[in-house]
Design a protein. Sequence first.
Length: 274
Amino acid sequence: MTVRIKIPAAARIMTGFFFKTVVLFLFCVMIIFMRIDKLLCEMNIGSRSEVKAFLKKGQILVNNVAVNKPDTKVDEKTAVITFKGKEYRYAPFAYYMMNKPAGVVSATTDDKDRTVLDLLKENLLQNRGELTGIPLSDIFPVGRLDKDTVGLLLLTNDGELAHRLLSPKKHVPKTYYVETDGVLTQEAAMCLEQGVDIGEKELTKEAEVEILSEKSCTITITEGKFHQVKRMFQAVDLKVMYLKRLSMGTLKLDEQLAEGEVRKLTQEEVEKLC
Ligand code: URA
């Protein structure tokens, strides 16, 4: 004899709802959440093997609970990771200021030269306090400085901001410190200010030049053509011997940053830029 148990409709609905919720939750855990070892690597807390060792030693806390297993899934957007007493949280954007040294190319990868991304990575590994939850593979330099140009370079994963800063329509001012091979006369400075022929369709846009000494000045331009500053000085028969970017829009190079060093932008700097 078979006994049939009649499950009330309300209970059936509740059970279905429960199962759907569980399935959805598991789906989220599998698809959306990230393995803790992967997340820690992407946060640049260490290499895969370093991260595994940190986890094994119980040095990684997720929301105040020690996590030992590398395959533990975490919600990277809400997880508060504590490592050696410091807290790391997910942030959608990362903004770094670099004092670019000479000899490094403004690219994310390069077959023969060291790139600003290599330099950023080295800096972040040395100084883990500057970490964010952004994969370094998403970060790129905003605009280019020549290999021999030094100074302010912004690195971010914020494409919209980069576009705004680089768009020719926005006329974002960029100030450079320049040293020349010959004397920069008042006449030459005036020419640079009014616009010179650098072989483009139009003369360069108005610029501001401040003569600092016989062979040095600052120049502020609102364009960003290839080798623009060097070509502008060439147009007045001068060779640029040393070029350093001092500012870009509201962002000023931090005097405390030595060449090759990087730091995160402060909240105030980000707000002003954005
Ligand atoms: N202008 C140049 O000529 N070079 C740079 O790196 C930046 C501006």
